[in-house]
Design a protein around this ligand. Structure first.
Ligand SMILES: C[S@@+](CC[C@H](N)C(=O)[O-])C[C@H]1O[C@@H](n2cnc3c(N)ncnc32)[C@H](O)[C@@H]1O
Length: 208
């Protein structure tokens, strides 16, 4: 557990506040995009587990005025210029996919496979039990992968957070089977004590 005083001394927390980002996590996506070139101008990006919206702000800057960012969370997300928000539980995969298809089509994208990038920073509320928290994180990451499989264009990119634990390698292998290039990465802004790691898939293989 990270203490409030520690958070306020944190360099990324201060940078995010100064830059107007809603979360220090914004710097994790910036770091991963700089390293792996995930998001291009004009892209359609689906951001899962997006509240309060730091990643969506970064994605919106990267996609520019001709791109589209769709942010999904259980919680309400305050309006972000140029970003469409959807309230949904990503573990209810079919329902979430249906809502996302509607938004994609409404914005002139292909409802079948209309996204260049699917991101997930979704995380469960921590219980303090590492094994249980890992399992719930795996469930969220797997949901994100299923949603990505339904909505990514061939060649598209994927990023999902997972807490390290028993099912980590299962998840990594699933991503590896679906993308041309798979990596695991811990951004510089990840807290040292956090079990989080991001699995990055580049180049979604065409569905048969
Ligand atoms: C670490 S926060 C995301 C921070 C965000 N990337 C940012 O930069 O502002 C994790 C989010 O996952 C969301 N979440 C957890 N379970 C979810 C679920 N089943 N469906 C949708 N969102 C979920 C939480 O509500 C929370 O807002």
């Amino acid at each position: 557990m990270v203490k409030r005083a520690e958070i306020e001394r944190d360099r990324y927390y201060i940078m995010a506040k100064d830059a107007g980002f809603r979360s220090r996590s914004a710097y994790k996506l910036k770091d991963m995009d700089a390293k792996f070139r995930l998001i291009k101008r004009g892209d359609t990006v689906i951001d899962l587990g997006a509240a309060p919206g730091g990643w969506s702000q970064v994605a919106s800057e990267l996609t520019g005025p001709h791109g589209l960012v769709i942010s999904v969370d259980l919680q309400h997300i305050e309006r972000i210029e140029g970003v469409v928000t959807v309230r949904s539980d990503i573990t209810a995969r079919e329902l979430t996919i249906e809502k996302l298809r509607e938004v994609l089509m409404l914005h002139g994208r292909d409802g079948g496979a209309g996204a260049e990038v699917v991101l997930s920073d979704a995380a469960p509320k921590l219980s303090g039990n590492r094994v249980y928290d890992h399992f719930r994180s795996f469930e969220l990451s797997k949901s994100a992968l299923d949603i990505a499989t339904a909505l990514l264009k061939p060649g598209g990119n994927f990023v999902a957070k997972i807490f390290q634990g028993e099912y980590y390698s299962t998840f990594y292998k699933l991503v590896d089977g679906m993308f041309n290039d798979t990596r695991a990465y811990r951004p510089k802004a990840s807290h040292k004590r956090s079990a989080e790691v991001f699995v990055i898939g580049k180049g979604f293989k065409a569905k048969n």
